[in-house]
Structures are given as C-alpha cells and as structure tokens.
Design a protein around this ligand. Sequence first.
Ligand SMILES: Cc1cc2nc3c(=O)[nH]c(=O)nc-3n(C[C@H](O)[C@H](O)[C@H](O)COP(=O)(O)OP(=O)(O)OC[C@H]3O[C@@H](n4cnc5c(N)ncnc54)[C@H](O)[C@@H]3O)c2cc1C
Length: 406
Amino acid sequence: MKLHTGEPAWRKTLDPIPGYPALTSDTSCDCLIIGGGISGALCAYLLADQGMKTVLVDKNEVGSGSTLANTGILQYANDKTLTSFIHTFGEETAVHFYRLCKDSLNHLKELGRKLHPDLSPKERSSLYMASSDEDVSLLREEYENLRKYGFQVDWWNEEDFSGRFPFRKPGAIYTQGDAEINPFAFVHGLLEQAASKGLQIFEHTPITGWTFQSDGVMCRSGQLIVKAKHVILTTGYETQFLKREPGAYLTSTYAVATEPAAHFKDWHERCLIWETARPYLYMRTTPDGRIMAGGLDEPLSGSFLQEGREIHKGQELLGLIHEMFPEKAGLQAAYSWGAVFGETRDGLPYIGTHPNYPHCFFLEGYGGNGTVCSMLAAEMITDVLSGKPRTDMELFALTRSTKPVP
Ligand SMILES: Cc1cc2nc3c(=O)[nH]c(=O)nc-3n(C[C@H](O)[C@H](O)[C@H](O)COP(=O)(O)OP(=O)(O)OC[C@H]3O[C@@H](n4cnc5c(N)ncnc54)[C@H](O)[C@@H]3O)c2cc1C
C-alpha cells in the first residue's frame, strides 16, 4: 500500500541517508521485528539494550513508511480527550492511560538525549485551542479534569492571546513539557545505536509468509527463512491488510512545510498548536525555521491516496497558516504531502498478542500521537519479552476489537 504521496519534508534533512543490505541467506534470532518505522526502531533499540539477539527487516527502506510523513509532534494528550476517555472507560482507566502516555513522552525525551544531540526531542509548550465559542465549555471541562488528576496545565482566555499571537481564540489549554522531533532522523539514530549493540538490519526484505511452530515462528522472505523465537509486527497501518482490526479505520490526511520564516516573534514560544475541531488543524515550527501544518483529513478514495491531491490540500493548509499569521503571508509551500492515517474507534492503540498468531506481538499505534503510543507499546512488549509482566497491556488487547465499542 502506498502510505504517502508528494514530498514529505524530512528526507532531505539526512544526507547521506544510512542504508542497510537485503537479507541474502537464512538466519535465526531470538526476536524478529517486521517493520523499520518508529515502532520497529524503538523496539529494536530497547531489545538491543537488553542484549537480545534481534533482527529487523523492512520491505522498503527503514523510516520510509508513515514515519516519514509524521510531523514529529510529541504530546501526552490524545486526539480523544481525557474527559472523553473517562466517559468511555471510567476515571481509573482513563487517567491510567493518560499517565502512561505522559511517562512514555518523558521516556522518549530521555532516550533521545542518549542519541546524538541533534536528535534529542526539543521541548515545546502546547496550545490546545477552542475552535469556536461552542467548544469552550468542553475544553474548560477538559482543563478541570487534567488539573484534577495532576497534569500541569493552564487556562488561557481570549485576552491571553494578546501580544503572544496575531490571532485570538475564545479559550485554550496551555501545557509545558511536550516536544518535537525529526521522526526520520530519530529512527535512523535509534537504529544506528541498536546496530552498534548487535541488531541486524535488512532493508528490501519483505516477510511474505510464516509458519507457527511450538518453539517460535518460521518467517519467509521469498525463498529465505528467518527463524525467530518471537516476532514483533510493527508493520504500521498496513497491518490492517494482514489482520484487520474492526475497531480501526484508515483515512487520508495532508501536511505542508513552508519555506523558512525570517522570525517567530509572533509565535509564543514556537509552541505546538492544535484545536478542538475534528479533524483538527495543527502546526509546529522546524529547527530550520519552517512552519509545518497538517490536517484537512478526508476519507480514503477506495483504499488509495489520490495522487496530486496533496498539492491542492497543501495550498489550503498554507492559506490557513497565512490567515493565522498574516506576517507570514509571503511564505510559500516548500513541501506538501498526503498520507494514510489510522485511527481507532475507542481512541486506544492495539498492543499485544493474538490467539491466531502464537509467539507474535502486534504494535499498532494509531492516532495523532502515534509515536508516544509506539514508545508505550515498545516498552510494554520488550518488558514482557524480558520476563517482566505488564498486566496493564490488557487495556490495549487486540481481542477487544471483537467487543462493541462503548
Ligand atoms: C501526516 C501524518 C502526520 C503525523 N503526525 C504525527 C505527529 O505529529 N506525532 C505523532 O506522534 N504521530 C504522528 N503521526 C502518526 C505516526 O506517523 C504513526 O503513528 C507512526 O509513523 C507509525 O509508525 P510505525 O513504525 O508503526 O509505521 P511505519 O512508519 O509505517 O513503519 C512500518 C514499516 O513496516 C514495513 N512493512 C510493512 N509490511 C512489511 C512486511 N510484510 N515485511 C517487511 N516490512 C514491512 C513498511 O515498509 C514500513 O517501513 C502522523 C501520521 C501522518 C500520516
């Protein structure tokens, strides 16, 4: 499946792009990771740290799937609010999930600091804005709930925008401690480190079949065999074509990155911006001074992205940037891309085992903060593989998709 169209902004930030060989002979390992995006790279990094004999394969180049389209915003707040999770799952579960996300965000920041300084996530504040007057009371309720459960947030009235932004919104939640990354460079940094600790990486090596055995899985890549005691499937949104989750669905989304701006005096703390409307518009800045914005989600046409539509949608996003930041009206789009995007109906990722796939773990981090969910999942799965029980993984069980979503 084609996961993106147009030209995502990150590929040109790495020169040269590290490359890895294709598999040329049968091999065996303790753990095979299928998929070299952010999810696979995080699992590989953690397993290499534990000294587990691990092989990672990707059918294309590592980091070239949805991870390349990712705008690199790291937030603990989810597309589905804490308030909404409380309504669906009750307070205890909802708060536990939000706390897990906050911990995973912090772990991503810690892990990034151990990589090259250029790869370390850059701390940013976030502004979650009410898109309209009607949304203020719901956003205020979210603010009260976040505070009640110990999340450090502030409330902004319309006047608080004055002097900080050239636009106003009727209310917003302001948070500190979120972050931004270059997801493509981050994946390469993780894999490089993991490879130095023994991880074997093979690109252009699709897994095309498997046989489950009592002591592991025999995976096939064409005529070649990878025998693994455990398999982690980090195949991204394409997992939907391997083992469909009725609780998940795919859409298309769009993003744009402008030419570098001269300054950000009109952008308070260069914070991460998003809003209550669904689908939402979101924005960040990049280290080389670009504005990156995303949104305008729409249904996939059949199961496919429409080639060329990213140009029109990129212009639409650019218009929204100009509307909010009139001083940036001269900036043109340097990169526009469209991409497949996955969400779940209950807002949770899918993490764990499946009765039909013995010795396998699935990591499916859906939603707008998929990277934080990938970190959460990678930690849970690698904990279990190293013999540390994670009973809270049950919350993300793959089998829950057979139950009606509340
Ligand atoms: C436009 C856009 C913006 C986004 N912005 C953000 C954001 O700001 N913050 C955030 O947290 N999340 C964001 N996301 C979500 C984020 O991109 C995803 O959660 C994340 O990239 C998923 O990573 P992954 O490693 O699971 O999948 P992928 O990056 O897609 O990696 C899966 C890999 O598996 C490989 N593969 C598949 N099948 C096989 C096979 N049979 N054999 C071998 N290899 C195989 C593929 O080639 C691919 O490289 C965004 C998504 C989009 C589309």
